[in-house]
Ligand binder design. Structure first.
Ligand code: PLP
Length: 420
C-alpha cells in the first residue's frame, strides 16, 4: 500500500491520462500485460535505452518492449530504413521489393526455417503454424505445456485462459520428459502438433531442459506429429536461435518481436513440404492479412538483422546477459535471501524462492507482492521493468546501466530484507 501511495503521489500526469482514457478504452488499455495497479505509467518518449514518462521522469529501459525492442528507441539504421521505405509509398497492394530479401535473411539465419510466411504478430504466427499442422497431418489434437504462452488467444498460464481458442489441446507439465513420452504415445494417432517454447518466457524465463526438448522431438517423430518451436522470444538467445544452439530441429518455428525491426511482426516457417500447403499455385490453404508484407516492417526488419543484431551481436548480447544474471545470483546468494534470477542469455526473471524453477507450478506458493515491490523499488531508482520481474537487455544498454540494475537489486535487498 505504501509503495502504491508513493507511486500515485509521484505520477499525477500519468494518473490524469489514465483516468481520461478509461472513457474510450476499458481500463484505458489495449494490452493487458501493460496494466498494473494502481495505474500504469504513460510513457511519453524513448531514446536509446532511455524512456521518459508523462511526468517527465527518466528511466533506463530494462524491459525493451517485452523483447521486441532489442534495437532501443532511436537506432538511426532502423529509422533511415523506415523513412526510405515510406518514401516509396506505404500501402502498395502487391508483392513488393522488400519482402523477398527479409525472407531470405531469416531463412539463412535460422537454418531450420526452409520457407516462411509473414504475419503481423507472434499470435498469428502460432495460429497459422497450428493450422498448417492440422491440415498436414489430418489430425486434431495439439500438445501444449502448462505455463506456455503463445499469444493473446493461446495462453496456458496454470490452465487455459477463458480467451484461449478452442483447439483440442492436451496440456502437459513443462520439463517432464517422462510424462510427455507416455502421453504422446497414448494419444499419438490423434496428435497433429506439439507446440512448445524452448524457454517459457511469460511464465518467468523457465528454460526447457535439453532432455525434455529432445523427448518432444523424438515423440513427435515417433507418432508422426509436427514439432513446433515457438521462438517468438527465444530466437534472440543465440546466433541462430535457442533451439539451434541445443541441436534440436523443429518441423516448424514461429518468430516475432525484434525480427521486424521493432515494427508489428510475426512469421512462421520450417519444412518446405509443410509450407508448400500455402503455395497458391498448388496448395489450397489460404493465409491472408492486409499488413503481412507491409513495407515498414520489411525494411526495418532487414536493416536490423543485417546491420545491428547480426549473429555476432546476438552472441555478444547473450553473453552480457549470462554475466549479468551470474552477478545477480551471486548477490542473492551472498545476501542469503530467497531470491534468484532464472533465464537464458539476455532474458531473465526475478523469482522469490530458493531451489530450481523447472515449471510454473514451482512458483505457485510464492507471494506475488514481492515481485511488485521489486518493480516499484526499481522504478524509484530510475529503472523501468515489468511487474512480473522480467528483465530484457537491448543493444544500447551500457555497462554502467547494467551496474545500476545490479546495484538497485542490492538496495532492494537492503530495504526489504525481513520479507526475503
Ligand atoms: N509466443 C511467445 C513465446 C511470446 O512471448 C509472445 C508474446 O509475448 C507471443 C507468442 C505473441 O506474440 P505477439 O504479442 O506478437 O502476438
Amino acid at each position: 500500500a505504501e509503495a502504491h501511495q508513493r507511486f500515485t503521489d509521484g505520477n499525477p500526469e500519468s494518473l490524469r491520462r489514465f483516468e481520461a482514457q478509461t472513457r474510450y478504452m476499458p481500463g484505458a488499455n489495449s494490452r493487458s500485460v501493460l496494466f498494473y495497479a494502481p495505474f500504469p505509467l504513460t510513457i511519453a518518449k524513448g531514446e536509446g535505452a532511455s524512456l521518459w514518462d508523462a511526468d517527465g521522469h527518466r528511466y533506463t529501459d530494462f524491459i525493451a518492449e517485452y523483447t521486441a525492442g532489442v534495437y532501443g528507441h532511436s537506432a538511426p539504421e532502423i529509422r533511415e530504413a523506415v523513412i526510405e521505405a515510406m518514401q516509396g509509398g506505404i500501402n502498395l497492394t502487391g508483392h513488393n521489393l522488400l519482402e523477398g530479401r527479409l525472407a531470405q535473411t531469416i531463412c539463412e539465419r535460422f537454418p531450420q526455417v526452409e520457407q516462411l510466411r509473414f504475419t503481423n504478430s507472434g499470435t498469428e504466427a502460432n495460429l497459422m503454424a497450428l493450422t498448417a499442422a492440422l491440415r498436414f497431418t489430418g489430425r486434431r489434437k495439439i500438445v501444449v505445456f502448462s505455463g506456455g504462452y503463445h499469444g493473446g488467444v493461446l495462453g496456458f498460464g496454470d490452465q487455459p485462459s477463458p480467451t484461449t481458442v478452442p483447439f483440442d489441446f492436451l496440456v502437459l507439465p513443462y520439463n517432464d520428459a517422462d510424462t510427455a513420452r507416455v502421453q504422446i504415445d497414448e494419444h499419438g494417432a490423434d496428435i497433429a502438433a506439439i507446440l512448445v517454447e524452448p524457454m517459457q518466457g511469460a511464465s518467468g524465463c523457465i528454460p526447457g531442459g535439453r532432455d525434455f526438448l529432445q523427448a518432444l522431438r523424438d515423440g513427435a517423430t515417433r507418432v508422426g506429429a509436427l514439432l513446433i518451436f515457438d521462438e517468438v522470444m527465444t530466437s534472440r538467445l543465440g546466433p541462430h536461435g535457442l533451439a539451434n544452439g541445443l541441436g534440436i530441429r523443429a518441423d516448424l518455428t514461429t518468430l516475432g518481436k525484434y525480427i521486424g525491426g521493432g515494427m508489428s511482426f510475426g512469421a512462421f516457417g520450417g519444412r518446405a513440404d509443410v509450407m508448400a500447403q500455402f503455395d497458391p499455385r498448388t496448395g489450397a490453404l489460404a493465409h491472408s492479412g492486409t499488413f503481412n508484407n507491409n513495407v515498414m516492417t520489411m525494411a526495418a526488419g532487414y536493416a536490423g538483422l543485417t546491420q545491428l543484431f547480426t549473429p555476432e551481436a546476438a552472441e555478444a548480447l547473450a553473453e552480457r546477459g549470462e554475466a549479468m544474471r551470474s552477478r545477480l545470483n551471486a548477490l542473492c546468494e551472498r545476501e542469503g535471501v530467497a531470491m534468484q534470477f532464472t533465464g537464458v542469455g539476455s532474458l531473465m526473471n526475478a523469482h522469490f524462492l530458493r531451489g530450481e524453477v523447472r515449471r510454473v507450478a514451482d512458483l505457485s506458493a510464492v507471494d506475488g507482492r514481492l515481485r511488485q515491490l521489486l518493480f516499484f523499488h526499481l522504478l524509484s531508482q530510475g529503472i523501468y521493468t515489468s511487474p512480473r520481474g522480467f528483465v530484457v537487455l537491448s543493444l544500447p544498454l551500457s555497462a554502467q546501466d547494467i551496474d545500476r540494475y545490479v546495484a538497485a537489486v542490492g538496495s532492494f535487498i537492503e530495504a526489504y530484507r525481513p520479507l526475503l
